[in-house]
Design a binder for this molecule. Structure first.
Ligand code: GLC
Length: 744
């Protein structure tokens, strides 16, 4: 298959070089030439996206030039039949762009994006996105609705699963990696898939962590935290953007002219096209922002939307709106230009069809599965390892328990439309297959499924554990409890899972908990009922082999938390890059338990803390243990005072002071001590995965241009403000000692 595609690619590229190389201006010429021939109906047809229902209506729409893109069709034969109608039977032969939510793999499923972010490995994420694109384009998909870039500070929101967590710098690096992986540097390559940065913008700040709810992000926070990952993705060449469902400060994103025209187009120079989210144009009526779908079409087009996903607001009403002078022909033309530009860049006019007769073998190619396994290994976070029970040593009888030990569907995580659980390798299967020769594996789930309160099987798991050397318990969330429209007010382990852990802990045998989830759950109380905990955001097809090798030390955990872990859900929102506030709590506090019965008003001090729970996270952003230990030393800056055009050069030694070869994600944070707006207590500015043999020390240099200290100030002007700064190099957002420097 890939040879065939490579052949097509070669022919295309050769063609491009010989006959129709498509440099920028050539594409523009072709766009203008085609646009000039189009009728108003044909123009509006390009702005219309339909979700696949049945073949016939799609063939008719394609023949009549009434559809520019179709989503949710992945059958190459049907795609080709619809495409033939568009290319060979419509008046102008404009190909349809077929699209799909390929969020973390197409057939070979990778860890959910939050897990990919935990790897802090953009190169690995890019490789995974490339695999996803090769598989999806082989099915005829040339446009994915990914990467999702919504900054998330609230684990109650189900869609934290789909993004890269709470930090704009990490999110930006992941965004660039996915765009590169999907699109390559040659969009006309038949295995290239247009990326779509979503959900533009601010969707992750839904009030109450309830999906689709309003957001209220003020301008400086929007520009300093929520927009940067989108800008990074646009600069990396993302060809499309998707408007989000939320209204921010009362303005639905699909009608937000400032974001779509001033920021996306004017400031960032975005020249792809903007699609709405599913019926988000129509939902402006529900928001109370549009009178009806016709009005929604007016608002969306005037705001800068180019393509309408499933509302029908453009196809049904633009002719009238033009007649009534409520929208401009120029805006219709520009929308169509943007769409045609991407179609020309993708080489669709030269190469509109997809090869049929694919076999699953090609989809689950061994190298694809290997990348998926490596991604899963790197995405797992070691949160606790008391008495170094991990990696398992000298274990001859191992009990495997828990509702997610053998859950092939749930292990894949949310948004796996095309993943097939038949191909999932679960931890139970992997442990039996990879370690069963030397270790007796005894499977006693104890709890049948995640939400079950049935404890009848727990005694069997307890009894088996008593006669074993250790027990590994797979708990967490079903896939369907995370993702779109799946917000939770309580994010503790559900059902009888915590009881299972407690009863297994009571046996006195070593207990290893492996949590598979779509979000950081509040697992604080469960830490007391296990010796070690590995946290694996739904790890995908190869999660089993990855976890099996981590349990037995063939692989060493290197994942770091991409979101802060809460002690209790009442702490939300809690994130590392918060402002200092005027009364930070920076000393031990007395909690309810040890407060005297009678006390005066000010006896507990006046700082920003709770009386009943520690105000700090259970685990901070960037946190993760290893089987070895690392030591940072000799951290030095090359200067004490930097000019605006300087590069900050930080040198340090990193030593592997333990007995396992391992990888550390070294992180560099800065703090701007005084600004024209209060600045966060820390901001991630660089990270790198550094692999060290046991006992090895490496001398590392990190460089950060002073320009990267810029932020949007109170006038919304992006600038570096001179003054005093602090800088940390550490293994998480809460460690290390600050160095000081100044910018003049
Ligand atoms: C959904 C999601 C969006 C997805 C789109 C198409 O509602 O919000 O992320 O890409 O519809 O499936």
């Amino acid at each position: 298959m890939k040879q065939f595609l490579r052949l097509i690619a070669t022919v295309c590229v050769a063609g491009l070089v010989c006959g129709f190389t498509a440099p920028k201006d050539d594409v523009e010429k072709r766009v203008e030439k085609l646009l000039a021939k189009m009728t108003l109906e044909e123009k509006i047809g390009q702005m219309n996206q339909l979700s696949y229902s049945r073949e016939q209506p799609m063939v008719s729409a394609a023949k009549e030039g009434k559809v520019g893109s179709i989503l949710n069709l992945v059958d190459p034969a049907v795609i080709n039949r619809i495409q033939r109608a568009a290319v060979e039977e419509s008046r102008l032969g404009i190909p349809v762009l077929f699209s799909r939510d390929v969020i973390h793999g197409f057939k070979t499923i990778f860890p959910i994006p939050l897990g990919l972010a935990a790897s802090f490995d953009p190169a690995m994420v890019e490789a995974g996105a490339r695999v996803a694109a090769e598989e999806a384009t082989a099915a005829g998909i040339r446009w994915t609705f990914s990467p999702m870039l919504d900054i998330a500070r609230d684990p109650r929101w189900g869609r934290v699963a789909e993004g890269s967590g709470e930090d704009p710098y990490l999110d930006s690096r992941m965004a660039e990696a996915m765009v590169r992986g999907y699109q390559t540097d040659n969009l006309a390559d038949p295995t290239a898939m247009a990326a779509c940065v979503k959900h533009f913008v601010g969707y992750g700040a839904a009030e109450g962590g309830r999906d689709y709810n309003s957001t209220n992000i003020p301008p400086t926070l929007m520009h300093n935290v929520y927009l940067p990952p989108f800008e990074a993705a646009v600069k990396a060449g993302a060809q499309t953007a998707m408007t989000s469902f939320n209204d921010n400060d009362g303005i639905p994103a699909t009608g937000n002219r400032y974001m779509l025209r001033d920021v996306l187009r004017e400031s960032w120079g975005f020249d792809g096209f903007v699609v709405t989210d599913w019926n988000s144009a129509g939902e402006m009526v529900v928001h109370g922002f549009a009178e009806d779908n016709k009005d929604a079409g007016r608002i969306a087009l005037n705001a800068g939307v180019d393509m309408d996903m499933t509302t029908g607001a453009f196809i049904n009403y633009i002719p009238e709106l033009i007649e009534e002078g409520k929208v401009k022909m120029e805006d219709v033309d520009n929308a169509v230009r943007n769409i045609l530009r991407v179609k020309f860049r993708l080489g669709l006019f030269e190469n509109p069809y997809v090869e049929e007769g694919l076999t699953e073998k090609e989809f689950y190619a061994p190298d694809h599965l290997e990348i998926a396994k490596k991604s899963a290994e790197e995405s797992v976070i070691l949160l606790q390892n008391n008495n170094n029970v991990l990696p398992l040593k000298g274990v001859k009888r191992l009990v495997v328990a828990g509702p997610l030990a053998d859950a092939p569907y749930d292990q894949l995580g949310t948004w796996i439309f095309d993943g097939d659980q038949k191909h999932t390798v679960t931890p139970l299967a992997a442990l039996r297959d990879m370690y069963g020769k030397d270790v007796e594996i005894i499977y006693e789930p104890g709890v049948k499924y995640v939400r079950s309160n049935d404890t009848a099987d727990i005694p069997a798991a307890v009894a088996a554990t008593k006669s074993a050397d250790a027990v590994v318990v797979f708990v967490g969330e079903e896939a369907r409890l995370s993702g779109e429209a799946h917000s939770l007010a309580n994010i503790d382990l559900l059902g009888a899972q915590s009881q299972l852990l407690a009863e297994l802990k009571a046996t006195g045998k070593p207990v290893v908990a492996v949590v598979m989830a779509g979000r950081p759950m509040t697992i604080g109380k469960d830490l007391a009922n296990c010796d070690a905990m590995l946290y694996s955001f739904h790890p995908g097809t190869m999660g089993g082999p990855a976890i099996a090798d981590l349990l037995f030390g063939k692989a060493v955990p290197s994942g770091k938390t991409p979101m802060s872990f809460l002690r209790v859900v009442g702490q939300v929102p809690l994130y590392y890059n918060h402002n200092m506030g005027g009364r930070p709590t920076n000393r031990p506090i007395r909690l309810l338990a040890d407060l005297p019965v009678e006390q005066n008003q000010t006896s507990v001090g006046g700082t920003s803390n709770y009386l009943d729970v520690e105000h700090t996270p259970l685990f901070p952003f960037g946190y993760g243990l290893s089987y070895t230990t690392f030591e940072y030393s000799n951290i030095k800056l090359d200067k004490e005072v930097y000019g605006m055009n300087d590069v900050i050069r930080v040198e340090f030694d990193l030593a592997n002071t333990g007995s396992y070869d391992a990888t550390e994600v070294a992180q560099l944070y800065t703090r701007d001590l005084v600004g024209s707006v209060a600045r966060p207590v820390r901001e991630l500015k660089k990270f790198d995965r550094i692999t060290l043999k046991a006992g090895e020390t490496k001398h590392i240099v990190f460089e950060v241009p002073v320009s990267e200290l810029a932020f949007y100030n109170s006038e919304l002007v992006k600038a570096v403000e001179p003054g005093k700064f602090q800088l940390w190099v550490a293994g998480d957002s809460n460690s290390g000692k600050p160095l000081s420097f100044e910018v003049k």
